[in-house]
Write a protein that binds this ligand. Sequence first.
Ligand code: AMP
Length: 399
Amino acid sequence: MKILVINCGSSSLKYQLIDSETEKAIAVGLCERIGIDGRLVHTPAGREKLVLEKVLPDHDAAVQAVLSALTDSGHGVIGSLAEIDAVGHRVVHGGERFTKSVVIDDDVLQAIRECNDLAPLHNPANLIGIDACRKLMPGVPMAAVFDTAFHQTMPKKAYTYALPYEYYEKYKIRRYGFHGTSHSYVSRRAAEVAGLDYGNSKIIVCHLGNGASVSAVLNGRSVDTSMGLTPLEGLIMGTRSGDIDPAIIEFISKKEQKSLDDIMTLLNKKSGVYGMSGVSSDFRDLEAAATGGNQHAKDATEVFVYRTAKYIGSYAAAMNGVDAVVFTAGLGENDKVIRERICGYLGYLGVTVDAERNNIRGKEAVITTDDSRVKALVIPTNEELAIARDTAALVSGLQ
Ligand code: AMP
């Protein structure tokens, strides 16, 4: 089957056309600056990347541009749209309603809409992408794959905030967690690579990218994760603060005469390693600055490493042990120094990194010594493939 995977943001749309039999991407691409001016970057597998400056006034235009690129006689990869068997959409928030991926119908769309309050920046954009695809590909089955779904197995003790209970009852304020597609894919794959029985294993996944989260996966089910009601909780990220004392919000508001909106922007977009260092949200820039003697950049990476190590320790406690610690996403897959520094805090758990094995980028590997009691691994995430797999399985069930 050929599955088109769509990840729609407010002004961007990422896509991959994946062959579900070979599990290879036939084409990947990105529409940027939707509603501003517009740009399409389209890469057919094994061929030159194509950059098209194209006016993209809205998401309908972006989806149309993607479909034209895929079927183009020059740089296209399929003869006609009839070759697309199904579309898989990434949806950020599925609330408590969605515990797994589903085939999209009108009821599902309404239920996703009802989660908009929980993810006001993301879900409306995801819905716009779904609407645009339904309009331009009528009759093609579509699935929604949720970032929150994998974490719906968290027990109440892990998802409950110490707030008056009425806020959970009235507004469903609780911890949900995100990056679920990645945590699910990576934990399962790590068990295979490490030779563990997934159904009888204790795995901690560190998804360290611009957004970052840790999860505790016990016997194949998420039992805790560091993001909460929104992706702001937990680890320090590129520009997000992660955990802070909530009283800081009032303190800054009074001292700096800032509105709540201003402070939320500060915590989401101007904090994290970017805010701490004043240099960049990108660890490559931070490490270059630190090497050049920038103390703020050095401190920012140390605070990041320390927080991550503390979360790993708390999840080892939550599961009463750990078999494997797994690194994924941009930083986790590529930065051997950060991996080594995090593992430097984990000697008490029995993690011993092998410097040579850790000297890799972007490929699957065990990075600990043979006698390390707990294995550490690098597993590149592949959220698009996970979405394509779920979509293919759901659509096969329809036939
Ligand atoms: P992601 O959000 O998963 O795309 O990850 C993006 C982040 O990964 C960037 O902001 C960088 O901090 C980090 N990253 C990507 N490539 C490298 C690399 N080669 N070395 C260090 N950090 C990297």
